[in-house]
Write a protein that binds this ligand. Structure first.
Ligand SMILES: *Cc1c(COP(=O)(O)O)cnc(C)c1O
Length: 379
């Protein structure tokens, strides 16, 4: 199987060279906008490309407001802080994610609580979320409290793994019922829809990432999206050092952050947004080719689930065992084809070991078997 796949990948990418997992592609107005940006001298955190990039992302996702940040982690950090995640509280999230999700929770002084994922979406499971809330929490006047730790649960933070939407409408309904704010880590899911609604628009606020390995990139960058005007205003204020608008005075009314996206990066982002539809179509065709290849084989190719349209950011396969996974990683990487295991579960990392953990049967099962295979755009 492995040598068949290696041959197949070399064929569809039409190369004998080293093949990375996911390279950015620049074939649009990137250089033009970057030059315009440099010529204007507005290369830093003020400029027309920042506003334009925010408008493009808001329009595309259907969110009312978008606020650009230096990276996706910063976007998550501010999103969490603005809805009241603090050191006296906890945030329910999935153990199967990139470390940035839990880092952002930690920056607010809060502790993650880990609840299992669904096997098919690889995202937070509404079933286990509901079971946990039913059995392990109590409602008080100011919110939902964890019976064991006595702490308030200030948010639920699901993530759309590799661009596959989780069952976000069910999760949203549960959060409503239990009076908990829903925040989406949509870092991996620009271009992914659930029931024709863009991921990141189901909760009160969400974060996207434009890191170099994501579907589109600004070098480094992120975006906060929300429909709430007050939150949007606060997000812009707090990411720009909480400076009060004035033509020459420097006055700040709270501790803010220097988290604003530079215009130079936004210029790249505008050009990348223009190519997004092409990129998504190209990635969908690649995913279909993989799906066909794996048909009738013992290895499962991860497909989009019912009701969802995935961006197929990173293609993933599920191998039959941990041993097979290790053999697969070794033989593909030795053959110059980059493949990568899914993240080590967050509850196993030193800094999050002491956090409360529900039963994580599906997460452990996936951790042992899931591998990403080359997913970059073919030009
Ligand atoms: C990429 C990513 C982020 C944000 O990453 P940055 O590198 O800070 O832009 C957050 N969460 C997840 C799940 C991610 O994959």
């Amino acid at each position: 199987m492995f040598s068949d796949l290696i041959k197949f990948i070399r064929q569809i990418y039409n190369t004998e060279d080293f093949l990375p997992l996911h390279e950015p592609v620049f074939f649009g107005n990137e250089k033009k906008y970057l030059n315009e940006c440099i010529d204007s001298t507005f290369v830093s955190s003020v400029g027309k490309f920042v506003d334009r990039f925010e408008d493009m992302v808001a329009k595309y996702t259907g969110a009312k407001y978008a606020i650009a940040t230096v990276n996706g982690t910063a976007a998550l950090h501010i999103a969490l802080q603005l809805v009241g995640v603090d050191k006296k509280s906890e945030v329910i999230t999935q153990p199967l994610s990139f470390v940035a999700t839990c880092n952002a929770i930690s920056y607010c002084g809060a502790k993650p609580v880990f609840i299992d994922v669904d096997r098919d979406t690889m995202g937070l499971s509404p079933k286990y979320l509901l079971k946990f809330l039913k059995e392990q929490t109590v409602q008080r006047a100011d919110g939902c409290y964890n019976k064991i730790t006595g702490k308030r649960i200030s948010a639920v933070l699901p993530m759309h793994t590799f661009g596959h939407p989780c069952r976000i409408d069910e999760i949203a309904a549960i959060c409503d019922e239990y009076n908990i704010v829903l925040i989406e880590d949509a870092a991996e899911s620009l271009g992914s829809f659930y029931k024709n609604k863009h991921t990141g628009t189901f909760g009160r606020i969400a974060a996207f990432s434009f890191n170099g390995n994501k579907t589109i990139t600004t070098g480094g960058g992120g975006m906060i999206v929300t429909d709430d005007q007050t939150l949007a205003k606060r997000a812009k204020h707090i990411t720009t050092t909480a400076k009060l608008p004035h033509s020459f005075e420097y006055d700040h009314d709270e501790i803010g952050y220097n988290y604003r996206l530079p215009n130079l990066n936004a210029a790249l982002g505008c050009a990348q947004m223009e190519t997004l539809e092409f990129i998504l179509q190209n990635k969908r065709e690649l995913a279909l080719a993989y799906e066909k290849f794996f048909e009738g084989r013992k290895v499962d190719f991860v497909k989009e689930t019912e009701n969802s349209k995935a961006n197929y950011w990173l293609n993933a396969i599920i191998l039959t065992s941990n041993e097979e996974r290790d053999r697969f990683l070794k033989s593909t990487n030795e053959a110059g084809i980059m493949t990568r295991p899914i993240w080590r579960l967050m509850n196993r990392l030193e800094m999050f070991k002491s956090c409360q953990t529900d039963e994580l049967t599906n997460a452990y099962w996936l951790e042992e078997r899931v591998v990403n295979i080359p997913s970059g755009v073919r030009l």
